[in-house]
Design a binder for this molecule. Structure first.
Ligand code: EPZ
Length: 421
């Protein structure tokens, strides 16, 4: 298993281009199952999760190909008349977002057999809302042998209110409703930018989705949809991770391609800690200050502070001049990075959903272990700031969501390298 070794204490200065968003690419690739023909998505990040989903498409009988040369950012997906609508456990257990094929397959093929994703490091991650919503649209759902069997000769539009705000739950039902008969109204829907991006793709395919980005989304079912060529939006979480890196190292980084309107809550928090944030043509710049101020933060569904940035901001707060309260309201176990940060000298105490982060003078490099995607990013950030060398193990977690992270950081002045086992 690869390891990443970071030598701390170097300011990061320069420009970095943000890649396409993992959490937009996955639902948008799944949406292509709704229409026969050859589709092309552009600006698709080259990530383990994207490769896993493309493997799943191949198993189902579709053909997924990544371009080369000037089209290396593109994935071409050819969907034939016949699809084997099954997502096996071996694939789903490595990437729970595979559950996103459930809605499109039921809508398009009338049936789907998808392994239950099970939990992961950050929480139980149930999919009850996905299943309740599909039943509301007329699907029959049977759970057995660790699989979801969903069937519907024809989905029928209806109204569904989410008990909890679910990003992929909203995405699954938006996609399924596109081919349902009649109108579907989703209430208490997620408002993330990735939901809007998916709705824009579905409409480009001939779907009729209104209200994405608000808690009420209306979908008018259509008879059929058609293939498209479409771009993926920039990854706001990767962008935010680089902005935190600038604040953490008293650096000065222009994150090209970052969309400030996707990052408002994070930009506000970075300003609260004393960083200087400026929106420039084509990106967002962060300049770190010598003094990092404490601030309290609570993760919430969009437009609140994103849970996917909680671990990264905590690293910044761990060296602030004072104490900060970090409240994680979205997932029940998303403080796995705290134990590893503590081994680097951070002073963090957890009480249920709240972590009290008492700023320390400095972090010290140490061998640490990544537990999940965003925790691995936070450990790299901590290594950039720490005195001495930090070795991060199990970086396969990082590779699920960050494209060439160490290369991008090295180009900004970081002393970082990947050691392949
Ligand atoms: C998406 O996960 C993202 N993943 C996550 O990013 C992100 O952290 C999360 O949304 C919240 O923003 C993708 O988009 C592929 P949820 P998702 O359904 O959809 C509970 C990353 O690091 N819930 O919005 O799985 C659930 O347990 C990943 O890039 C139910 O109870 O998250 C959680 O507490 C991590 N029943 C809360 O809702 C359900 O049926 C939010 O989950 C569904 C969810």
């Amino acid at each position: 298993m690869d390891r990443i070794i970071v030598e701390g204490g170097h300011r990061l200065v320069g420009e970095v281009h943000v890649s396409g968003a993992k959490n937009a690419a996955l639902p948008m690739l799944a949406a292509l199952l709704l229409a026969r023909g050859t589709h092309c998505l552009r600006n698709v990040p080259d990530l383990a999760d994207v490769r896993t989903l493309c493997n799943l498409f191949e198993i189902m009988g579709a053909k997924a190909e990544r371009g080369s040369g000037s089209r290396a950012d593109a994935i071409t997906l050819t969907i034939g008349d016949v699809l084997e609508p099954e997502a096996p456990y071996e694939l789903v257990r490595t990437m729970r977002a595979s559950v996103l094929v459930l809605g499109p397959l039921v809508a398009r093929c009338g049936r789907a057999r998808v392994s239950l994703p099970g939990g992961c490091a950050i929480g139980a991650r149930p999919i009850d809302q996905h299943l309740k919503g599909l039943e509301r649209l007329g699907a029959t759902i049977v759970l057995e042998h660790g699989y979801v069997e969903a069937r519907a000769d024809q989905l029928i539009g209806g109204s569904f209110t989410f008990d909890v705000i679910s990003v992929t739950g909203t995405e699954n039902l938006m996609m399924a409703a596109c081919l349902a008969k009649g109108r579907t109204v989703l209430e208490n829907a997620a408002c993330e930018p990735e939901i809007v991006a998916l709705a824009n793709l579905l409409n480009a395919m001939g779907g009729r989705v209104q209200g994405a980005g608000t808690p009420v989304i209306t979908i008018e079912g259509v008879e059929a949809m058609h293939p498209v060529e479409f771009p993926i939006i920039p990854d706001r979480i990767e962008a935010g991770t680089f902005l935190v890196a600038a604040a953490l190292t008293q650096g000065d980084i222009l994150v090209k391609g970052a969309l400030p309107e996707h990052l408002e809550a994070l930009l506000q928090k970075l300003r609260d800690t004393g960083a200087s944030i400026t929106v420039e043509a084509g990106g967002v710049r962060c300049q770190g200050d010598d003094v990092i101020l404490p601030t309290d933060v609570k993760t919430l569904p969009h437009p609140g502070f994103p849970t996917d940035m909680q671990a990264q901001l905590m690293v910044l707060l761990s060296v602030a001049k004072g104490s900060s309260m970090v409240t994680e309201t979205v997932f029940e176990n998303r403080f796995m990075h705290v134990l590893e940060l503590s081994r680097m000298g951070a002073d963090i105490r957890i009480d249920g959903k709240v972590a009290l982060v008492k700023g320390v003078q400095h972090l010290s490099g140490a061998p640490v272990m990544a537990t999940d995607l965003r925790a691995s990013a936070s450990l790299i950030l901590a290594g950039l700031r720490a005195r001495g060398q930090t070795e991060i193990r199990r970086v396969y977690h990082l590779d699920r969501g960050y494209e060439r992270m160490e290369e991008k950081l090295r180009a900004l002045g970081a002393h970082i390298e990947r050691v392949k086992r």
